[in-house]
Design a protein around this ligand. Structure first.
Ligand SMILES: NC(=O)c1ccc[n+]([C@@H]2O[C@H](COP(=O)([O-])OP(=O)(O)OC[C@H]3O[C@@H](n4cnc5c(N)ncnc54)[C@H](O)[C@@H]3O)[C@@H](O)[C@H]2O)c1
Length: 359
């Protein structure tokens, strides 16, 4: 059995909470190298997870020279995604880059083009797709049971969850909540409805709440460091006439469920209701109904870990399978590029005050 040697660029929160634990459960992969401009963060993770034989770098280009590495995971602030991914692909590695794929559609196109030229796999860390509720909604949409789908809502609203760490609020991450949380729910909607043809977007962003750290679930932030929007709202029109509303906030006085999707068709509608929960509504035999199916029975079997609900692990399994079997990645980079295109359009519309039309 081939054991894939993976190098991580970025030893922050997502490396610690998703990538290292998931790779650690794979029989056919190891973390072989970690790079961070603060190498002590890499050493901390090695100690935390008792990793062995891991090379530590502070310059990712040095790490890419290691020919024994098969795969690179790019886990750094968003503005670095494109350059690091392109260089890793050019060094002959397969690349999983964290979401959002990049900050601009042009950068995404360059990444996709480079992957094609180098004949390497490229995917994006949209792990919310692997959640049981997302899998169920996707299959409902594919089954045709909803009828004609003409409206959807992408919810990325948190009540009081401003992340204080790294570059998330400093302006060095390509934006605020719209480039941090919103890509997840927008990806869920586009993937469920399988429609990647946006026509236009009209959007507004706000920073009304950033002076109000009371009640935040993580430590308070220095107000002067909060340089990006704390909420944003968009009306997205698709070429087929369908409407998508996007709501995104790190803190807002609205009780909502983070990173979920609502999909509405002529026959029925379906909402994600948080972990392992969906609600289907419609009318049958003349009576309105609301159903809440048992999603733990609905997971499609995946080799190695059947009915395993951990989305990070499922992401890693799909990713290694795609490389091993030379198949298309579960999260196709062309799909993730449309998410970035819409987010880029949202920022442009909010800045200019006009509706932005896509080519
Ligand atoms: N899929 C998800 O659910 C999810 C969740 C959180 C974050 N993310 C994504 O993961 C990425 C990282 O987020 P995070 O929360 O881990 O941030 P973080 O700030 O905790 O970690 C980023 C790390 O990158 C390092 N870094 C910065 N510049 C570097 C460089 N030039 N070379 C090497 N290392 C460098 C930093 O020192 C830091 O340790 C972002 O793109 C974010 O959107 C995805």
């Amino acid at each position: 059995m081939k054991v894939y040697r993976i190098g991580l660029i970025g030893a922050g929160w997502i490396a610690e909470s998703k990538h290292i634990p998931s790779i650690g459960r794979m029989p056919n992969a190891v973390v072989a190298a970690i790079c961070d401009i603060k190498p002590e963060k890499a050493h901390n993770l090695i100690k935390m997870y008792n990793l062995e034989n891991v090379d530590v770098y502070s310059d990712y280009k040095e790490m890419l020279k290691d020919e024994s590495l098969d795969i690179i995971h790019v886990l750094t602030p968003n503005p670095l995604h494109c350059e690091m991914t392109v260089n890793a692909l050019k060094a002959g590695k397969h690349v999983l880059v964290e979401k959002p794929m990049a900050c601009t559609k042009a950068d995404c196109d360059l990444m996709i083009q480079t992957a094609k030229e180098m004949n390497k796999k490229l995917t994006v860390g949209f792990n919310w797709r692997y959640r049981p509720e997302a899998q169920y909604v996707k299959r409902m949409c594919e089954s045709g049971e909803l009828g004609e789908i003409y409206y959807a809502k992408a919810h990325s609203v948190r009540y009081r969850s401003v992340p204080y760490w790294g570059e998330l609020i400093t302006g060095n991450n390509g934006g605020g909540i719209l480039i941090d949380g919103a890509p997840h729910s927008l990806d869920l909607v586009l993937w469920c409805i399988n429609n990647y043809e946006p026509l236009s977007v009209k959007a507004h962003t706000y920073d009304k709440m950033k002076g109000r750290p009371e009640g935040n679930m993580w430590p308070a932030w220095p107000e002067e460091e909060f340089k990006v929007e704390d909420s944003g709202f968009a009306l997205i029109t698709m070429k087929n006439g369908m409407t998508i509303i996007l709501e995104a906030a790190w803190l807002m006085n609205m009780l909502a469920i983070d990173n979920t999707a609502t999909i509405v068709g002529t026959n029925a509608g379906i909402d994600m209701q948080g972990p392992h929960k969906v609600r289907v509504n419609g009318v049958k035999c003349g009576k309105p109904y609301v159903l809440e199916p048992d999603l733990m029975e609905q997971l499609p079997p995946i080799p190695l870990v059947v009915r395993e609900p951990d989305p990070g692990l499922r992401e890693e399994i799909e990713w290694l399978n795609c490389i091993e079997n030379d198949t298309e990645p579960y999260v196709k980079p062309e799909q993730a590029a449309v998410v970035t295109q819409i987010i880029e359009g949202i920022y442009e519309s909010a800045r200019t005050g006009v509706e932005v039309f896509f080519d």
